[in-house]
Design a protein around this ligand. Structure first.
Ligand code: PAF
Length: 279
């Protein structure tokens, strides 16, 4: 890793680049899932920038902004071992010298599911991602598909606002027990983690019924979740089968790419996961 810095250092570094640049945007607390994003970025570009910025705009009141893990030195070590060329780690005052008046609106697709549970979340995500795109000016950007609604909205923003950036999505990276990797998994106790495994199990049970059609997929996933909900530590937020392009519920005769979405709160921690299903 050659450089770490804020906006000024980034601008100077960026001006000297002659090859393709790929961006991996993160909020830090990096794990092997992020490492996989960096490795993918390296394949698609001559230089890789990883941004580390816990974006206050995407956290609602009472959410975990203050306690969000910030192990900066560990993060730098992971970036170093991944061969990242520039770690962009701006201070909050640099990114938001004053509260922004003009922000990106995520539209209808940003108001459902995660957007309904976390009002304003996706406007905050898209606003910071747009800023990162303007600052880094990447040729490509790599995002994880665990946050599939975020990925789909960034894709729409790039298309709708003619940003001309290649968007690369990396399939969900899972731990050996099947749980999708997330920086928030570190909030889980051992018992919570066991309870959380219902999430990948329900998604797998649903996806396994793809040949029987949309209703069967959702019913199979619901059956797994219903058994877990009785234990008390697992609280379902939503489970839904949606058209991948619109996030609208799949009609019974749907043909094409769909997504089985699941969010649950386990021991006070909100977790999300998804599985693609093709009909
Ligand atoms: O997925 C994340 O870590 C964040 O939402 C992102 C894209 C870095 C924006 O803050």
């Amino acid at each position: 890793m050659r450089r770490t810095g804020g906006i000024e250092a980034l601008r100077e570094w960026r001006a000297a680049q002659t090859g393709a640049v790929a961006l991996v945007p993160t909020m830090g607390a990096l794990h092997s899932g992020h490492r996989a994003l960096m490795d993918r970025a390296r394949e698609s570009a001559d230089a890789v920038v990883t941004s580390i910025f816990v974006n206050p705009l995407q956290f609602g009141p009472g959410e975990d902004f203050d306690r969000y893990p910030r192990p900066f030195e560990d993060d730098l070590r992971l970036c170093e071992s991944a061969g990242v060329d520039f770690v962009f780690a701006p201070a909050q005052e640099e990114m938001y010298p004053s509260a922004p008046q003009v922000t990106v609106s995520s539209g209808r697709m940003g108001q459902v599911f995660e957007g309904a549970a976390r009002p304003g979340h996706f406007d905050g995500v898209l606003t910071v991602v747009a800023k990162l795109f303007h600052l880094v000016r990447p040729d490509s950007a790599v995002f994880g598909l665990k946050d599939i609604q975020q990925f789909s909205l960034v894709k729409r923003m790039i298309a709708d606002l003619d940003m001309g950036i290649e968007l690369i999505g990396l399939p969900v990276v899972r731990d050996a027990d099947g749980l999708a990797m997330s920086s928030r998994n570190q909030y889980l106790s051992a018992a919570d983690r066991t309870a959380a495994l219902v999430i990948p199990r329900a998604l797998a049970a649903g996806a396994a019924r793809a040949e029987a059609g949309p209703a069967a997929v959702e019913a199979a996933a619901r059956e797994v979740v219903a058994a877990a909900a009785e234990t008390g530590s697992f609280e379902l937020d939503y489970l839904s089968l949606v058209e991948a392009a619109t996030f609208r519920p799949c009609p019974a005769d749907f043909r094409g790419p769909a997504l089985l979405l699941l969010s649950a709160t386990v021991g006070g921690t909100r977790l999300i996961d998804n599985r693609p299903v093709e009909f």
